[in-house]
Design a protein. Sequence first.
Lengths: 387, 130, 348
Amino acid sequence: MRKVAVIGVGLTKFGELWDVSFRQMIIEAGARAIEDAKIDGKLIDAMYVGNMSAGQFISQEHIASLIADHAGLIPMPCTRVEAACASGGLALRQAVITVASGIHDIVVAAGIEKMTDVMTEQTTEALATAADQEWEAFVGATFPGIYALMARRHMYEFGTTEEQLAKVAVKNHHNACFNPCAQYQMEITVEDVLNSAPVNTPLKLLDCSPITDGAACVILAPAEMAKKFTDTPVLITGTGQASDTISLHDRPTLTGLAATTNAAEIAYKMAGVGPRDIDLAEVHDCFTIAEIMAIEDLGFCKKGEGGKVTEQGETAIGGRIPINTSGGLKGKGHPVGATGIAQAAEIVLQLRGEAGKRQIYGAEIGLTHNVGGSGGTAVVHVFKRGD
Amino acid sequence: MAVPRFWREIPNRYNLIGTRCGKCNKVFFPPRYICPRCRRIGKLEPYKLNGRGKVVSYTITHVAPNGFEDQTPYALAIIELDEGPRLTAQVTDCDPNKVEIGSRVEVVFRRIGQEGEDGPIHYGYKFKLV
Amino acid sequence: MDVGIVGYGVYIPRYRIKVEEIARVWGADAERIKRGLFLEEKSVPGPDEDSATIAVEAARNAVKRAGINPQDIGAIYVGSESPPYAVKPTATIVAEAIEATPDLTAADYEFACKAGTAAIQTCMGMVGSGMIKYGLAIGTDTAQGAPGDPLEYTAAAGGGAVIVGKDGGQTLATIEDTYSYTTDTPDFWRREMRPYPKHGGRFTGKPAYFKHVLSAAHGLLRRLQLTPKEFTYAVFHQPNGKFPLQAGKELGFTKEQIMPGLLTPKIGNTYSGASMIGLATVLDQAKPGDKILVVSFGSGAGSDAFAITVNDSINAKRDAAPKTADYINNKTNIDYSTYAKFRQLLVR
């Protein structure tokens, strides 16, 4: 198995991109990544693209062909990967495995979602298809509802408070101010979060990640080839994936995601590191409670202490374990299929020392954590600064 | 929801009919067709649950999905049935603020939703506080 | 006839709206209305209830009380003037929800407020003739009251179910006989696609309700050679609290015989459920040997009269399911805006 490196990253701005179509977004992200890698497009051997719901958002399936076509890459093999909100992370994993196995050399992992071409009600309905249609969606459950059930139980079992949840959103908005690609560039306060409209108690509007358009792209190469393209290769030293029940009610616990813990265990083992070795992480904060559970499930703190740890600033830029320096899904935006790739892009930029005002100095090892649905899929990657 | 998909689950939804593994005796609701423990050697048969249980977690839904807007605010809960399985369902017939973790509940037959004004009406299970 | 009641059950939704609250909105005199109708408040179905869900709960209670295997039910008839579908029977939804399918016949009935008792008569014939072992008759409604119309004070929601079976040890009451009086009298109707019924005002009194109720009662008493004195209870269809007392008085029944089965003051007029629920509440308290007269009335018009004798096994069976009083007393009052939201008078 060969070592795998990232040689280029590219992202569009994340937000409500009225003027930009699905096709235009992927081309923009791809072009930036190719520019960053200083590579000739002809050298790309294969592509994996993560996308949850092009069929429901823009009535388009078969997007692998569409993208290969419009990116000018045919007849290169292109594969669409879907795992709800973990589509991007899963596309990255497929790309890593492909390069590591030796079947292809230069492989692109991309992610894209165009969510604003339909009305909000349809967007919410499309997202809800990641839940169990017969036994969750059918009875009136939505994603905010399902995560709210987890939040309520977490508060009951561990005393986590709504203020602690709010602090996750406040931190991520703050971080996003330093990220030019982020959807939101404004600070918010705990008061703002607590006073925002209730969606599913205890979660309010500002506890929830937004609806976003965006695309992101990373280019992978075998580590031995990476120096040909970049002075600052970043290695992907671990990849892990796990599945779990699709519905929340079928799991033994409501306060943590076994898929996260299982995926992380595999990735840590492969990378030969543990949680203590991680300098920063991009975790899946689709809702504030998700970040709190994620830092527990990834081993950055004890189960039940995620709220306290956040409150005490340990996950802020400058804290013990900075989480979501990009702004996370909350501040940066959550174009579903692109999120997993955007997380990888952030870690790569940080490990290269190119993260500007949100830079974590001396960062050597980073982690990304991408979840599908309410935890039916989780994908974890570990990155190391190449030298 | 397509008519055949709704129709297939009618006995399960109206009467809380799940499945039970003849080998390890584990009860499943919603019904499963393979026992995750016994897999190939498991033998699943229909099993009717008695409809009583307790609330494990709950949330009050203010922003509802399509078709549920006229019921907000409603309490959505994960309920653990006495026989073991957990399911997601609304708790109805009460002030939603009265629902607590640990509340005892009992199943009732209610209108879940409809497919627009022209479509079929979906009936199924909800729970009430006892 | 050799048939009787094997089980019975009711369901009444928990919400109530007071006369005062409706009167407040329309600027009417609440006290005058309460006196005139002899009514305090009416039941209101919740947003996830309809005449099918009510029918299912009432039927489940009846099956519980009967202690029978639902697979032995050979026929289900559901009577309503507010079915959830214009075309698609409620009876099959009930059949599935009480696990009586697939060996049975079923249909829905409409005859304004007497659709449920017409169903009882059909079941009597089918059981008596040996066609089926048990028949389930249900009257259920979530009545529509046009805003500002006098009927708004009384149009309520509820359902009653009766399981008919062959007499002998199992029946908790014997149905001695039934007699009906039917004519084409357009006192109250609703045209296709119209949301609310119309009525003939004062015409709904003497030529409609009273003519048919009194004629049916007379007809049955004459046939059975019985007088009012021999009955312990008399249950009349109850569109308001006054009509049953007036009809009873004209027939020679006392207030004491009528009041136990008169629930309209507390829950309003449950339409197809009314006579069935009135009968159920009497069965909840009657003693073996008591005779009950039930006379329903359906606009259009007709009355079904039944003479029922309570048997010994009532004591053992009555507590097997919630009693009518349990539903009447389990209540939450709502205001007019909540009522309007629940009844879909205001739609988002």
